[in-house]
Design a protein around this ligand. Structure first.
Ligand code: ZN
Length: 74
């Protein structure tokens, strides 16, 4: 499981914003990328996006898939 650098995570957060990703629970666009990525079967990357809003006392996350060919420097 590849570990993401700070730069990669920042790039993924930017990418998520560009495509209009929002928290499924509260609709917030302030999502933080998790530290680990998983390869998908078609060579994309799957990451966790954590919601930064305090409406989720125990945290909330959702999956985000980066299509193969989207360059994040892995
Ligand atoms: Zn949320």
């Amino acid at each position: 499981m590849p570990r993401l650098t700070g730069d990669q995570r920042a790039r993924i957060e930017e990418l998520a914003r560009e495509v209009g990703t929002r928290c499924e629970g509260c609709g917030s666009a302030r999502l933080r990328c998790g530290e680990e990525a998983r390869r998908t079967h078609d060579h994309g990357l799957m990451v966790y996006l954590w919601c930064d809003d305090d409406v989720h006392p125990r945290g909330a996350y959702q999956y985000f898939t980066i299509p193969a060919g989207e360059f994040i420097g892995t």
